[in-house]
Design a protein around this ligand. Sequence first.
Ligand SMILES: Cc1cc2nc3c(=O)[nH]c(=O)nc-3n(C[C@H](O)[C@H](O)[C@H](O)COP(=O)(O)OP(=O)(O)OC[C@H]3O[C@@H](n4cnc5c(N)ncnc54)[C@H](O)[C@@H]3O)c2cc1C
Length: 238
Amino acid sequence: MKQAELVIIGGGPAGLCAAISAAKSGAKVLIIERNKYLGGQLVKQTHMFFGSEKQYASTRGIDIPEILLNELDKHKENVEILTDTTVVGMYEDGVITALHKEDDFFKISAKAVVAATGAFEKSLAFPNNDLPGIYGAGAVQTLMNVHGVKPGNKVLMVGAGNIGLIVSYQLMQAGVEVVAILDAAPKIGGYLVHASKIRRMGVPILTSHTVKEAIGKDFIEKAVICQVDDKFQPIEGT
Ligand SMILES: Cc1cc2nc3c(=O)[nH]c(=O)nc-3n(C[C@H](O)[C@H](O)[C@H](O)COP(=O)(O)OP(=O)(O)OC[C@H]3O[C@@H](n4cnc5c(N)ncnc54)[C@H](O)[C@@H]3O)c2cc1C
């Protein structure tokens, strides 16, 4: 069985930052990442980051892994990295089971473990929200920026925070028509600079609006939208 002092599951920004801190303090770190590459979601984030300067705001997401990996490299004597390896089990006695590629199954005994496996997108609850063609913004970025696949030709974006605004802009860059951006909040949540750019391109941003229902047989064809009141409840007749 492989022995490790600290196992970090997931080589996204959280896992890499944890690895830098631990390796800097002298711990022997083993990073396990299921993808062939490190960086997690950053690999698809072609936009300049919003957020705090400490978290590399204004740098393109795709450029951040290199910065983190250079930092990690300064402590390389304390770091081992296994990519293309998925952690499939974790047991009370500290044993971790992992699968490298498709058939190399092995065990690791770890003194400590950091789980930095990321999150999954929350979907809004509305009738027919499982019709093909309804995506979270992260999935749209994966399709377009990792696989080079256009997710559709005409899009209604729900959410006018920075993610909704940035992904709308990327969709337009890919030749997709964005018919409108909705947000249930009374104000646009994202930066005004992004909202203004999108509005100048002719896309209306409807605040105090939400999606009520999706319509379609085998895939989404239409969406019913409505205005909401200050308690986010649909206003009849709108
Ligand atoms: C469209 C979009 C735009 C965004 N823009 C910004 C922005 O501008 N600024 C900002 O600060 N944030 C932004 N974010 C958020 C940012 O991407 C996330 O906060 C960040 O990626 C989370 O990092 P993480 O390391 O926790 O997770 P992730 O980046 O998801 O990394 C988790 C890693 O764990 C690996 N993993 C999972 N399970 C296993 C397993 N069992 N075994 C081995 N490996 C595993 C995954 O393959 C992945 O590499 C954006 C998010 C989206 C969706």
